[in-house]
Design a protein around this ligand. Structure first.
Ligand code: SF4
Length: 277
């Protein structure tokens, strides 16, 4: 079957794309209300959960694109654990059955549900928006996970780390924990970026390699062995940069800025099914 022509792929030329992570935003809903949340612009008024049937279409589309043999399907929100636990397990099972690994980002507040996903999701990443070394107080349950790989991801803001020395001390504490620990800075597209970005980031966190730069931006830094995603980060190589996003409304897009349909993936799959390919 001919492929890789922009027309055939719903308007996007996928040639040379080497997608490693595809994202499924399972809901905009969240039980927190962080001021820097990207949903503030995109989805605050939107409600609802992703349909399993849309996930199936999407994963079939990824197979059609044929670039994702070792890909990770990342479930994001909002807060994904607001979905019924059966739905989370079901979409993770579907992804596994199609040969993908799964990852899941959570704010960590719904302990019982998250623990139940141990082993169903390959990688569980806890966003640390609190002041402490763990995402919140009372999160010792992180030590109870037996199967999933646990990562804590801390956001660098001037509210948490006023000075570089504050950050340095925190990294020393993080390095004592038995979990993966990484850091990211607020993305430049976030509303009120300047309110959150500490002054010291640019002078102290030196990008690993300017050659990783895409679209004129820089990549990531390493500090005391910890990965730090910088503003406008693209960790992937140039041909990897396209990260597809399936939105709760069933639309497929490559941007965080809107959830309009950019790729007519269902039409493509329906055509293939009609032709029995
Ligand atoms: S926990 Fe995450 S999704 Fe929820 S409001 Fe905060 S940043 Fe947004």
């Amino acid at each position: 079957m001919e492929r890789n022509e922009a027309k055939e792929n719903g308007g996007i030329n996928l040639k040379n794309w080497n997608i490693r992570r595809a994202q499924i935003i399972v809901t905009y809903d969240c039980n927190m209300n962080c001021p820097f949340c990207i949903n503030y612009k995109l989805g605050k008024k939107r409600k609802g959960f992703i349909k399993v049937s849309d996930v199936v279409y999407f994963l079939q589309y990824l197979k059609y694109v044929e670039k994702l043999e070792d890909a990770i399907i990342v479930f994001l929100g909002g807060e994904p654990t607001l979905l019924p636990i059966e739905s989370l397990k079901e979409i993770s099972d579907i992804a596994h059955n199609m040969g993908y690994k799964t990852e899941f980002y959570t704010n960590g507040t719904l302990k019982e549900k998250i623990l139940e996903l141990d082993g169903y999701i390959d990688f569980i990443t806890f966003s640390n928006y609190g002041k402490g070394i763990l995402p919140f107080d009372n999160m010792d349950y992180l030590y109870d996970f037996k199967k999933s790989t646990i990562t804590i991801s801390k956001l660098i803001t001037k509210q948490f780390f006023k000075t570089f020395e504050d950050f340095d001390r925190f990294v020393d504490e993080a390095n004592k924990l038995p979990f993966n620990y990484d850091f990211s800075t607020i993305q430049e597209t976030t509303p009120d970026f300047e309110l959150y970005q500490p002054d010291w980031v640019e002078s102290k966190l030196i990008p690993l390699c300017e050659n990783q730069d895409v679209r004129g931006n820089v990549g990531a830094a390493l500090y005391k062995g910890r990965l730090i995603k910088l503003p406008h980060v693209h960790l992937q190589r140039k041909e990897d940069i396209c990260t597809l996003k399936l939105y709760p409304n069933g639309n497929l897009n490559t941007s965080w800025k809107n959830d309009n349909m950019e790729i007519e993936y269902k039409e493509i799959i329906n055509e293939l099914l009609k032709k029995n390919i």
